[in-house]
Design a protein. Sequence first.
Length: 290
Amino acid sequence: MKIDVFAAFAVLVFLAVADCGSARADSLDGTLKKIKSSHTLVVGYRADSWPFSFATEAGKAAGYSVELCQRIATGVQQQLGLEKLDVKYVEVTAQNRFQSVADGKVDIECGSSTMTLSRMEKVEFSSMIFVDGASVLAKKQSNIRRFADLAGRKVAVILGTTTETALRDAMNSQSLTLELVPVKEHGEGLALVEAGQADALASDRVILVGQMLKAKDPLAWALSEDQFSYEPYALMLKRGDWNFRLAANRVLARLYRSGEVADIYKKWFGPLGDPSGVLVIMYVLNALPE
């Protein structure tokens, strides 16, 4: 019996590839395994971090970070070969977002979370998705133009955030005395300033611009000229979940390489102007080759 060597070789290659595919499916672990079995991706989002993550009037999750996670969901669905993947949105707060990720209550947090070394002890982070810095927002009539103008004033800030830490560091380095007024969400801080119970609201600049646009009279507000922190944003995942992080980073890198991220940026940040030079560099540096 004559044996077709090339045909036999082709069969062996096919079996090897099929076996590798099976091995990859069987070796799924962590979040990817959970998603494949449940056909569901659970996304944590912030309701008050426009334009990154917020709840619409209809109560739906939306924003720049949320859209990036929607793109990641599509990428994961394709990677796992699922005909359908449901995306379930769970609201998280500045206070419970880290524990929600660590406990597996959400698979990925899509908000405005700053990536720090200390936070890496609790959660995993994707590639960077944005770069910002902290400042303060105040009524123009308060004449708060620079950080030094906050001396003796009341500043609303969400406790447990990188903004609070940076604010305290700036206070110490400049020997300023001011009163911190704790709030749970940005909207609460804006309301306190509106009511005269605080003089300024501290947060990241883009978020402050978002709050200013939501105010009764946006033209009555002004951002401080100073920026007192560096805030590299990333998506949060469960610590040690390398495969899911790789899947998320693969989608982000493709968006950055292709330039599609420019359209996403324009959709959510268009009214705020073009991306800064630092942000453009961030996109380039995270456009990792496949």
